[in-house]
Ligand binder design. Structure first.
Ligand SMILES: [Zn+2]
Ligand SMILES: [Zn+2]
Length: 256
């Protein structure tokens, strides 16, 4: 409980009461569920979900800093790998950058055991990583790999008689990407092109940094009957560690 002092408990209770009021009007069932959890000090994924949805960051800070929740445990929403990922998605949807940055910074905070200064966190991240991909938003001029980008998922729900509720049948990532800083739709990129930009410098097989391991060029020679000699037919480029051929995207990136 070393950090609980930074959370003003009166304000926390006020915030919780505000959410209760909203839920009470929305759905009495949810209100009962939520109230029961608060009563037993159970700040779980559902409680934090509503705190983010209705924009009460103090509740998130309280739960995290008092170790009432493990953000890296699996989410109950199967479309996300962890509770953290789910909550970040909700924060993005609600344009709540304060909560999003806070959730993104937590792992560093624990690792370095430092105070949650957002700027110091992003600095250590950059320093420890030799390669930072870059895509500059044409509108706000920020590198979206630092400030964040938003992608959308399309989830199809169908009603299931067995579970008596609508359940997700399929979910796919849509092609659209927007800058999380200014909201501009980035037509030039897709989630997959941004992903490959992150790894363009690494071998797709052994994952080593090609600028460190080096690459080998292989020239295929074919025998030319007319000139009675071998001629150069094509060149391919390979990781010098595992021999995996570079992708066309990597060849373009390295200007080969
Ligand atoms: Zn932007
Ligand atoms: Zn390799």
């Amino acid at each position: 409980m070393k950090t609980s002092s930074i959370v003003n408990l009166d304000k926390l209770n006020e915030d919780i009461e505000s959410i209760k009021k909203i839920l009470y009007l929305d759905s009495p069932d949810l209100w009962i569920d939520f109230s029961d959890k608060i009563e037993s000090n159970n700040f779980d994924e559902m409680v934090l979900f509503f705190a983010i949805k209705h924009n009460y960051p103090l509740i998130i800070k309280y739960a995290v800093e008092n170790n009432l929740i493990d953000l890296d445990s699996p989410s109950r929403n199967k479309t996300f790998s962890s509770i953290r990922e789910h909550l970040i998605n909700i924060a993005n949807k609600n344009n709540n950058s304060e909560i999003r940055n806070y959730l993104l910074g937590i792992s560093d905070q624990i690792e370095t055991d430092s105070v949650s200064e957002k700027c110091s966190i992003s600095k250590t991240k950059e320093e420890s990583n030799s390669y930072t991909p870059e895509f500059i938003c044409p509108n706000c001029n920020s590198n979206i790999f630092s400030t964040g980008y938003t992608i959308s998922k399309e989830i199809i729900y169908k009603f299931s008689k067995e579970s008596n509720k609508a359940i997700p049948m399929s979910n796919k990532i849509l092609d659209s990407v927007s800058c999380s800083n200014c909201g501009t739709n980035l037509k030039e990129v897709s989630p997959s092109s941004l992903e490959s930009l992150c790894t363009v410098q690494n071998c797709t097989s052994c994952n080593l940094d090609l600028t460190t391991t080096g690459i080998i060029d292989k020239v295929k020679m074919v025998y030319d009957k007319e000139s009675n000699s071998f001629i150069n037919s094509n060149t391919s480029y390979h990781c010098s560690n595992c021999n995996k051929e570079l992708s066309t995207y990597q060849i373009e990136y390295f200007n080969l």
